[in-house]
Design a protein around this ligand. Structure first.
Ligand code: AMP
Length: 291
């Protein structure tokens, strides 16, 4: 695994790999790597002749005022150790500086891409987050020019918006792979932010996934989605420890909230603020047409 910090070093490595017939597979992260991130690399390495490029960049433009940009964990040394210990590490680790990504103020105004979807669910609590995220992912796509990119299913709204951007702006030239959410033994989705939970917060946190499973179970037994959601919500709202932000069902193909009577593939989304830590999770399932 080679570490590069500049676009010119990155592109010279990538053109050598392409000349050898490699497939460039891109895995963007903000570092503080855990097994969820490592599973994306593993997924990428399964592609024939893969040349996996992993980026670590804590993108300032996707953090709002008062969000955790300053305290977001930066653990490059231990990240490098974890990567080097893999049987199949990425071929290239790209760790650009903020100046490399945004020379002289180019971060000022991200191009609006998220539209209405940038203002719902995660976008309500995090205004501008998705514009900043799409800005940096599009920058990476432009400089890496991957044939394939791997993202985690854990960030459902992010993934939906990235797929839409690839369709609208990249002519579907990048294959997007959706990797399954990796979980702790008690099914809490792994996240770089879990380390900030107190003992009490950590023992509450698996309630997110158990509630998702409960809602799915009750819908599959014939309960109306609206009733299943309302019944489950109280388990997630436990002030002062935990405050439910949203628990919602969307049509997976449009990311629009569904009405009772909908059938098809849905995503059940949840966000809860536990202490000051924002936790999100989701599951995908199918609502059958009533017999
Ligand atoms: P982040 O570093 O949090 O920006 O995440 C980088 C990538 O890792 C994104 O595609 C995330 O969806 C993905 N990711 C984060 N947590 C997990 C997880 N627990 N399982 C699988 N992928 C994850």
């Amino acid at each position: 695994m080679k570490l590069v910090e500049t676009v010119s070093e990155l592109q010279s490595e990538i053109s050598q790999a392409k000349a050898l017939g490699k497939t460039v597979v891109f895995v963007p992260t903000m570092g503080a790597l855990h097994e969820g991130h490592l599973s994306l690399i593993e997924e990428g390495n399964q592609i024939q002749d893969a040349f996996v490029v992993l980026s670590i960049f804590v993108n300032p433009t996707q953090f709002g005022k008062g969000e955790d940009f300053d305290r977001y964990p930066r653990t490059l040394e231990s990240d490098i150790k974890a990567l080097a210990a893999l049987t199949n590490p990425p071929a290239l680790l790209f760790v650009p500086s903020v100046e490399e990504v945004y020379p002289a103020g180019s971060a000022a105004e991200p191009k609006p891409r998220a539209g209405a979807l940038g203002t719902v669910f995660e976008g309500v609590a995090r205004p501008g987050h998705f514009e900043g995220m799409l800005q940096v992912v599009s920058w990476f796509f432009e400089v890496v020019k991957p044939q394939v990119a791997v993202f985690g299913a854990k960030d459902a709204q992010q993934l939906f918006l990235i797929k839409r951007m690839v369709h609208r702006e990249f002519n579907d030239s990048i294959e997007i792979i959706e990797a399954m959410t990796v979980r702790e033994d008690d099914y809490l989705a792994k996240s770089s932010r879990n380390r900030f939970l107190s003992k009490e917060g950590r023992s509450f946190a698996p309630t997110l996934f158990s509630t998702l499973m409960q809602v799915q179970g009750s819908i599959s037994e014939g309960e109306k989605p609206s009733v299943a959601l309302a019944e489950a919500s109280s388990a997630l709202d436990s002030p002062p420890l935990a405050k439910l932000d949203y628990l919602a069902l969307v049509d997976k193909s449009t990311f629009s909230p569904i009405s009772d009577g909908f059938h098809g593939e849905v995503q059940l989304l949840v966000a809860v603020v536990v202490e000051s830590v924002r936790l999100i999770d989701n599951i995908t399932f199918y609502i059958q047409e009533p017999a």
